[in-house]
Design a protein around this ligand. Structure first.
Ligand code: CUK
Ligand code: CUA
Length: 689
């Protein structure tokens, strides 16, 4: 063996043993109590003055800085807006940990780049057309007894009415379902307290089942809907066969939230455009924005989902586009759906941790309106109705169901909760986060009067959603709150006319009027809407796949996964099967010789077991790139319709000899002078290790 080769292999060995490298150190323990020397205080003061930092800035830095190797306390799962993805961000450092591909192909993760018939691309088809993006709005972590359990994450695509299921063991998308009734949605996804159902609420009314009717027939033919997707936790998939929907009037349903504790068994949906305005500025009609805001009230939809489930199971749903739908008549007759008036164009509805209160924020009303589930139940039982809507649904008497109205400021949108009896509401027009007190059993938790505004912290600028630590569960943690500010304007360096959104971290650990912004984080990849913040130690993520040859799509060992020593290229007519393994720092085999026109199936196992020893695999010109995480098995196929010599290589810098981790795909032109060489049909000898 030459010296050079010996040295190179040695480097490979060093790289391969990296996982056990004792030089790696991570700071997990708390540092010793700090005592700054006078010299350090002087240096810190000098630095602060040099960088123009005040005492609050130093405090904010101390609250958010993560020493190298220290882990964050929380993970924020954020919608990625038009990027179609989910972002995972550490809190309090606000460091981006990962983008999870959901509705948009993404090459680093090899998501949608596995040749022809890629299962991701197949799953993105709507009516036969690949729709390769999404407008993700509302992520929903799976819950057990109303608390995040860290197992699954769901997210809706507003543009195309799809819901995705992400497995939080490997943080990969496992399933995408397309709503069979509606083209676009909005109130997705929300889960019931034990993740029995993943709820997908709609928004813009259409003719259910992708039908057509002119706007003149709006009231007669257009409808809203809410879909209850049954989640099968054992299978980790939405069980479409046991899912159903409710027909709703063509009011534009907006956000939704599931009841919990006192309101378990119910869910709540806002609406706007109860006016049923049909717009048409081009014909001299009032535009939607005016037409949909004429009335003083819209309707809070109150749904008894346990009753709806029983009605569905009793076979009383009617099929639309092959999907079971409980009609408005059935909902009215069975007492599944009720309305309560809610002030002017509401946006968010959020259920308090004890399930007692539903907080509705009206975009055009400076108050939040708080409904009580006890009062709602009593009003339904006592038939305290103020009438019926045009579709026969009973409207509850407003005064009979409202607990409080709290004046907060301009443009209230969304509300979250903490562990101290406070609620937090985003004020879009005021550009502020309002802290206010809950009443009832929460009144004893804080010193202020119940149902009162306590404080407003300005944010920059125009906050949409906000998110407190586990702030929409039965047991919020308090401590941190994210302001998902829509505009950043002057907060960062200018990035051309398109500017990032601004996630701002607020410290909500103190009571009263202390609630400072302690970090600004630009999000330059899409416009996120909602996010949820989970305690990091609830996540039980895999470090590597459980076994070598693991198929992430089935989440089990795959019988087709190539094993070491069995690699090779086999031909059957014009079908070629490539069986490959990948390990630092080589693919086996390294040469793959085929004929133009061959149908190629290519299987690769990453036979690594070391954490983070990920390889990539690309074939330039054939639109193939895979991410081969330790233990992962992947398969792709393509038709070799372009002859030539194609280097394939590893796209992750995996070792000192990463650049050498390559090989050639030789596609011989049809009718080349030399007859096709017999490609080896016996396994190729394994590599040098
Ligand atoms: S929506 Cu975006 S700010 Cu889609 Cu939840 Cu309120
Ligand atoms: Cu494997 Cu680079």
């Amino acid at each position: 063996m030459s010296l050079v080769l010996a040295a190179a292999m040695c480097m490979g060995v060093v790289a391969e043993s990296h996982g056990q490298d004792t030089r790696r150190r991570r700071r997990t323990e708390e540092a010793k109590p700090v005592e700054l020397t006078p010299a350090q205080v002087a240096e810190l003061t000098r630095l602060a003055n040099e960088r123009k930092l005040n005492a609050d800035d130093l405090m904010a830095a101390a609250k958010t800085f993560m020493p190298s190797g220290r882990h964050d306390d929380y993970v924020l799962f954020s919608s990625g807006g038009q990027s179609g993805q989910v972002f995972a961000i550490g809190v309090p450092s606000m460091r981006l940990l990962r983008s999870i591909s959901v509705f948009t192909p993404e090459s680093w993760q090899g998501y949608g780049f596995a040749g022809d018939n890629d299962h991701v691309i197949e799953s993105l088809k709507i009516n036969g057309k690949v729709v390769a993006w999404g407008d993700t709005h509302h992520p929903a972590l799976s819950e057990t007894k109303g608390d995040y359990d860290g197992e699954w994450l769901f997210i809706g695509d507003k543009a195309n009415a799809r819901v995705a299921v992400i497995d939080l063991r490997d943080w990969e998308t496992k399933q995408i379902v397309k709503n069979p009734l509606t083209i676009s949605d909005h109130g997705a996804a929300f889960v019931t307290p034990n993740t029995e159902y993943v709820i997908e609420g709609g928004q813009y009314a259409t003719v259910l089942g992708y039908g057509y009717a002119p706007p003149e027939e709006y009231k007669k033919s257009y409808r809203g809907m809410v879909t209850l997707w049954k989640f099968d936790r054992a299978k980790g998939r939405i069980d479409v066969a046991n899912s159903f929907a409710l027909e709703l009037p063509p009011y534009w349903q907006d956000l939704a939230d599931a009841g919990k504790n006192a309101s378990d068994g119910w869910f709540f949906i806002n609406s706007f455009n109860v006016e049923m305005a049909t717009g048409g500025v081009e014909k001299g009609n009032p535009p939607f924005e005016a037409g949909a805001s004429k009335r003083d009230t819209d309707y809070l939809h109150i749904v008894d989902w346990k009753k709806a489930e029983a009605v569905f199971k009793a076979g009383k749903a009617k099929a639309i586009n092959g999907f079971p739908v409980i009609t408005l008549d059935t909902s009215a007759a069975e007492g599944i759906l009720y309305f309560a008036p809610e002030p002017k164009s509401p946006h968010g509805v959020d259920v308090s941790p004890n399930g007692q209160y539903m907080v509705v924020a009206g975009k055009l009303d400076p108050h939040v309106t708080v409904y009580s589930i006890d009062k709602i139940k009593a009003a339904i039982a006592g038939k305290k109705f103020s009438g019926k809507d045009e579709y026969g649904i009973s409207v509850l008497d407003f005064d009979a169901v409202v607990e409080a109205q709290v004046e907060l400021g301009l443009g209230p949108l969304h509300t979250q909760f903490d562990d101290k009896g406070y609620a937090y509401t985003s004020l879009f027009l005021d550009s502020a986060v309002a802290r206010w007190t809950l009443g009832g059993e929460y009144a004893k938790l804080n010193p202020e009067q119940p149902w009162k505004l306590v404080h407003k912290t300005p944010v920059q600028y125009n906050i949409g959603h906000l998110c407190a630590a586990e702030g929409d569960t039965v047991s919020p943690d308090g401590g941190y709150l994210i302001s998902m500010s829509k505009w950043s304007v002057d907060r960062f360096l200018t990035t051309g006319p398109l500017l990032p959104q601004n996630f701002q971290l607020l410290d909500i650990s103190a009571t009263g009027t202390t609630m400072p912004v302690i970090y600004d984080s630009p999000i330059g990849v899409g416009e996120p809407h909602y996010c949820q913040m989970i305690k990091a130690d609830k996540l039980k993520s895999w470090k590597v796949y459980p076994e070598v040859g693991w198929n992430p799509h089935t989440q089990r060992l795959d019988p087709n996964a190539p094993k070491k020593g069995q690699e090779g290229v086999k031909r059957d007519g014009s079908n070629v099967l490539v069986t490959m393994t990948a390990i630092r720092s080589h693919f086996t085999p390294e040469h793959v010789e085929i004929q133009e026109g061959d149908h190629v199936t290519w299987r690769i196992t990453a036979i690594e077991t070391t954490q983070d020893a990920t390889h990539g695999f690309c074939i330039g010109g054939y639109n193939v790139n895979l991410s081969l995480e330790p233990g992962e098995y992947a398969e792709f196929s393509f038709v070799a319709d372009r002859p030539g010599t194609y280097p394939f290589y590893c796209t992750e810098f995996c070792s000192a000899l990463h650049l050498e981790m390559m090989g050639y795909l030789h596609v011989k032109p049809r009718g080349a002078a030399e007859a096709a060489p017999a490609v080896p049909s016996t396994p190729v000898a394994a590599g040098s290790n």
